[in-house]
Ligand binder design. Structure first.
Ligand code: AHR
Length: 659
């Protein structure tokens, strides 16, 4: 009866008539909504996204580069993810060569020595990609690499996308003229018609004996908006459909690094990718920094989302910290320059750099986050001092910016014990990774208890997992599917309803982590919102729940009361269209009839639209079954100022009522 749909076609989906209530169900609670007056203003930036390099979120994920270990820096000893191509009639060896670097940013190259090679028996190198190179039908790829050759080599280099066994070539081009000096070579690779996308490998071969060095070997498929060095299209499409209002970047732990030297150094992420050294990330693999500061900002631009810029604040995960005072000054200066890069006119030093990098227009910036999860900083008073020093310097130069602290301010109801007291932040970032049961429990009055005189709240990371005993980073978590089931979506939806009811205080919130490459070995944390491999992508049920809630919000909070029940509810309204958005979450295994009273409403349209996500708690989506749990849209008749409605078992519903 329920036909699966993707979010893209949600609005086009044929309306289904549903009976507003059934008779053989439990006694009905009453939900009373004061629909004639706003109880508060919904923050216009409530729903956003949080991202960092975790789970191969950028490299091997959103960042569309297909070659893994493109600069040969991933392992100092061996060219991981690269293999030698040789046939019985050809031979070759490969080795990292620190003596022939392209430049100081990429201090190692790959030396190919091919004592035997010919046009019919080429020798070379093959890259396995990020768990495969996707070969798509009728697609134009951009291949590029740097190369040079030892004297005597006059042959050609063939670049090709081939089946993993090398038997089928999907696209191929030859380049010549490789000489003794480093030079960049570029080629367009065009595939023909393929019945379906396939996992392939990327191959560079020589047709003559010789020694050739390679650096920065890159391959890009078409990207979102055709941006060079751009983003993967299917994943961007999924994000656009969520209509996020902001993007928090670059982390998360990724901002801090395990040690100070491993922090996200934004200046090293600018300019041509051949000049970006990359760095060691905190999640067990190296980052190319192909996703640099400008790419993050352009990503925001493409989403129509505003940046929430997190600046490094002098604390790294292995308890390395910079003391407040003069030692912290260079880090503060660095943050001020970063803000100038984002917002400064082209006449400013860093605004000019941004223009040189290709984006003269400054970006709009309102929120700057000082650090990440500094409640883990074990030194008493450390963050208190660091935050107030950053705050003072930022406000002096950029008084309009709102500073977000990562530790609660004294007097807060936040359950995290750490507090700062010297400088009151404008906004506090709180993180909640909890089980569905815990979210259901806390989502009754959690933010109702906060004093409205407290700083505003940014829930900068949150996610419900199914099982309270398993922590997201533990081995036990890594043996489960990386994206969560419907059970988590129910916990997530309950918490979103809680945040919406308090959207005067909670001004921003974003689920984390956003992405996961689902290949074994590619990820470090569960649950995650959007899963993918080289060829496919899918959203967890929570993805749909967030998209349903976030794209049906309005700007006014409506006060509601409900008689005792395990339901979770929020009501908001669009002040211009007068449309009411009622979110109903039923975590029970039975359908729940309810009576809904819209107080103060003179008349309502007799039909409403329901968007429903309902499934057994253990059901989920996956690469194999990407749309097993998706929302359905239906028409509900019999809507009146007082009406009855049945929420399906394990159900999340957005009711859109025209008042
Ligand atoms: O989202 C995963 C990690 O959880 C983030 O990097 C960190 O901020 C939090 O502890």
């Amino acid at each position: 009866m329920k036909k699966p749909i993707t979010l893209a076609v949600l609005s086009l989906f044929a309306l289904r008539l549903s009976t507003p209530f059934a008779s053989s169900e439990p006694a009905e609670p009453v939900i009373t909504i004061e629909a004639d007056k706003a109880a508060g203003t919904v923050s216009p930036v409530l729903y956003g996204l949080m991202t960092e390099e975790i789970n191969h979120c950028y490299d091997g994920g959103l960042y569309a580069e297909l070659v893994q270990n493109r600069a040969f820096l991933d392992d100092p000893k061996t060219p991981v993810h690269w293999n030698v191509i040789s046939a019985p009639e050809s031979s070759a060896t490969i080795q990292l060569d620190p003596k022939e670097p392209l430049n100081s940013a990429l201090p190692v190259s790959l030396r190919l020595e091919a004592p035997m090679a010919s046009g019919t028996a080429p020798a070379g190198i093959a890259n396995e990609g990020y768990w495969g190179i996707p070969a798509y039908s009728n697609t134009r790829y951009k291949a590029s690499f740097y190369a040079k050759a030892a004297p005597g080599f006059t042959g050609k280099i063939t670049v090709s996308i081939q089946s993993e066994d090398g038997k089928t070539v999907y696209a191929s081009r030859q380049v010549g003229g490789v000489g003794p000096a480093w030079k960049k070579y570029e080629a367009a690779l065009q595939t023909g018609s393929l019945a379906a996308p396939v996992k392939a490998r990327y191959v560079l071969t020589v047709d003559q004996p010789g020694t050739v060095w390679f650096s920065l070997v890159s391959l890009f498929p078409p990207t979102w908006k055709d941006r060079p060095n751009g983003l993967r299209k299917d994943l961007m499409q999924m994000l656009v459909e969520m209509k996020p209002k902001f993007l928090r970047f670059p982390g998360g732990n990724y901002l801090e690094g395990e040690t100070i030297k491993d922090r996200f150094e934004w200046k090293k992420t600018l300019g041509p990718i051949s000049e970006r050294p990359g760095h060691k990330g905190p999640w067990g693999y190296r980052s190319t920094d192909g996703m640099g500061l400008l790419e993050f900002l352009e990503w925001c631009e493409d989403l129509g989302a505003e940046p929430v810029l997190a600046v490094y604040a002098g604390y790294s995960l292995k308890q390395e910290r910079v003391a407040p005072g003069s030692a912290l000054e260079p880090y503060i200066q660095d943050a001020l320059e970063e803000i100038e890069y984002v917002t400064g006119p082209v006449t400013s030093k860093w605004g000019a750099q941004r223009a040189k990098d290709g984006h003269p227009q400054p970006f709009k910036l309102r929120y700057v986050e000082i650090g990440n999860e500094d409640f883990f900083d074990g030194k008493p008073g450390s963050y208190d001092g660091r935050f107030s020093q950053f705050y003072g310097a930022i406000k002096k130069k950029y008084p309009h910016l709102q500073c977000i602290s990562t530790v609660a301010f004294e007097g807060s109801k936040c359950p995290e014990r750490a507090r700062i007291k010297t400088q009151r932040p404008e906004v506090v970032d709180e993180h909640y990774y909890r089980s569905t049961d815990e979210f259901l429990k806390m989502s009754t009055d959690f933010y109702e208890k906060y004093d409205r005189k407290e700083p505003k709240i940014f829930v900068g990371e949150w996610a419900a997992h199914e099982d309270g005993r398993i922590k997201p980073w533990q081995k036990e978590a890594l043996s489960q599917p990386p994206t969560p089931s419907m059970k988590s979506a129910l916990g997530d939806a309950a918490f979103m309803a809680e945040m919406e009811r308090n959207a005067d205080l909670v001004i921003m919130q974003c689920y984390a982590p956003l992405f996961v490459n689902v290949n074994p070995g590619a990820w470090q944390w569960r649950p995650d919102l959007i899963g993918y491999d080289a060829l496919h992508s899918f959203g967890a049920p929570s993805y749909y729940a967030i998209a349903m809630f976030g794209s049906n919000l309005g700007d006014q909070i409506l006060k509601l009361t409900k008689t005792d029940s395990p339901l979770h509810v929020s009501a908001t309204r669009d002040s211009k269209t007068r449309e009411i958005f009622l979110k109903l979450v039923n975590p029970q295994t039975v359908a729940q009839p309810v009576k809904i009273d819209l107080k103060g409403v003179v008349s309502v349209a007799p039909t409403a639209t329901a968007i429903t996500l309902a499934a057994n708690p253990e059901e989920t989506n996956s690469i194999q079954e990407p749309t097993k749990v998706v929302p359905v849209r239906s028409q509900v008749n019999g809507i009146k100022p007082s009406f009855k409605y049945t929420i399906p078992a394990n159900g999340i519903v957005v009711l859109k009522i025209k008042s």
